[in-house]
Design a protein around this ligand. Structure first.
Ligand SMILES: [Zn+2]
Length: 263
């Protein structure tokens, strides 16, 4: 038998290894290997569908000032990102919920409720940089791949299965947390959060916002955490704020190396 593997390698491993390698991707910026059963094209198509769903179900803000602010910051972050193929869009949802997210393909949504905490451009760039980082690092697709493997959904025809009510559609909805409450993301893992914090800090620095400003935003969130029994949505999907602030404080000197004043 002519098997392209060392003789002593068990046959099962020889069969499984190429499969595992085929489902392996590497994150930009951090160079981490990730299990990935979703292609970038599939992921972007699913992101587009989800964005249309969000726009259909939520009230889009018509406030020209807030829209201009979100677009201004978003375009600066998009310009320094590693995905020129993304079709970037920046939407403001008129809802008093402290939330924001970026769908695959670069569809960014900011809820007006987050502006209570993000009090200037640099603070809002903290939020948007973090959310864009999740998308660039393909965290949703990574989570979706794990769910697919666990639930035995094949990689072939993810798009074909992408309609709601089908197995693939359900995995997608669960992975992006779109099932019950549009726009409210299910928690990413703690490691993914740390990675998005790190890359988000770098993105904001490259886009011309001082990375130390990230601490101000998170301190605003932490103040609210003390007072309120019910944390804001954005906060409740993330690890303890004090721990995050400590981690970010350690990263600020590193991120400052990427800082380029805008203009
Ligand atoms: Zn996050």
């Amino acid at each position: 038998m002519n098997v392209c593997a060392p003789k002593r390698l068990p046959l099962l491993l020889a069969l499984v290894l190429p499969l595992l390698l085929a489902y392996c991707a590497t994150t930009p910026y951090t160079g981490r290997s990730q299990f990935m059963m979703v292609s970038q094209a599939e992921e972007m198509q699913l992101g587009l569908k989800a964005a249309q769903q969000v726009l259909k179900q939520e009230k889009v803000s018509k406030d020209p000032e807030i829209n201009a602010q979100v677009r201004r910051i978003g375009e600066r972050i998009a310009a320094v990102s590693v995905r020129p193929d993304f079709k970037w869009e920046f939407h403001v949802i008129d809802k008093d919920v402290a939330n924001a997210f970026c769908l695959p393909g670069g569809k960014v949504f900011v809820y007006t409720g987050i502006l209570k905490y993000a009090k200037d451009d640099a603070q809002l760039a903290t939020v948007m940089g973090h959310e864009v980082a999740h998308a660039l690092l393909r965290h949703g697709a990574e989570r979706m791949s794990t769910a697919m493997a666990l639930q035995g959904v094949g990689a072939a025809g993810v798009i074909a299965l992408g309609g709601s009510g089908t197995a693939g559609g359900q995995v997608f909805a669960q992975s992006y947390g779109l099932a019950a409450d549009v726009g409210v993301l299910r928690p990413f893992s703690r490691d993914q959060e740390r990675e998005a914090d790190q890359v988000g800090l770098r993105l904001m620095a490259e886009a011309g916002y001082e990375p130390a400003k990230a601490l101000e935003f998170w301190q605003n969130m932490a103040k609210d955490e003390d007072k309120s029994k019910k944390p804001p949505v954005f906060l409740s999907t993330h690890p303890p704020t004090e721990e995050r602030i400590a981690n970010l404080r350690d990263l600020v000197p590193w991120a400052s190396g990427f800082y380029k004043p805008h203009g």
